[in-house]
Design a protein around this ligand. Structure first.
Ligand code: URA
Length: 183
């Protein structure tokens, strides 16, 4: 993973590399049984080089703690490792340029569960026509790995009415983890 990280830190495969402060590679133990994947770094993440350290990240940390998860016992990363300007969604070609790093991370991490945080990650990792409102908390098994999607923490900050559903999704994750002998 250290070798992959150092390759990623010097990546110039797409135009996002020109405007980044830091590459945001990912954080957590290697291997990890549970991996969370967001869409891409925001301003705070770009400045600090760590995923989910802004307001959305604080909410994520609080959510994870409800089910005894933290940065010490799961891995957190993003679809793209460099900040898209103005926090826009990463473009398909930026995702294409970066997805090899995530694929390599997952090959090393060997998770049993991958949780997509938000629509962008779910469309990329689960199904291109994934509908986050209808399908959050639903499991899809691919190559022996269970995938699901949560509402993005930023969406929960914007729209607190989604929080009860987000809580249910956390319990769904805890149940699946227990069923797989994790946690
Ligand atoms: N939003 C994301 O999708 N990823 C981060 O790392 C931070 C905010």
């Amino acid at each position: 993973m250290d070798k992959l990280r150092s390759q990623c830190l010097s990546c110039c495969a797409c135009p996002l590399s020109a405007t980044r402060t830091n590459v945001v590679f990912g954080v957590g133990p290697v291997p990890s049984e549970i991996v969370f994947v967001g869409e891409g770094p925001g301003q705070n993440e770009d400045l600090q080089g760590e995923p989910f350290v802004g307001a959305a990240g604080q909410l994520l940390d609080g959510m994870l703690s409800i089910i005894d998860l933290s940065r010490e016992n799961c891995y957190i990363t993003n679809i793209v490792k460099c900040r898209p300007p103005q926090n826009r969604d990463p473009l398909p070609e930026e995702q294409d340029a970066c997805i090899g790093y995530l694929e390599a991370q997952l090959a090393i991490l060997k998770p049993k569960i991958v949780v997509c945080l938000g629509r962008v990650a779910a469309k990329r990792l689960i199904r291109s026509d994934f509908r986050i409102t209808a399908e959050h908390g639903v499991w899809t098994k691919k190559d022996d790995v269970y995938y699901t999607a949560f509402y993005h923490p930023s969406a929960l900050l914007r729209d607190p009415s989604k929080r009860p559903d987000a809580f249910t999704d956390l319990l769904i994750l805890r149940d699946k983890a227990h069923a797989l002998g994790i946690l």
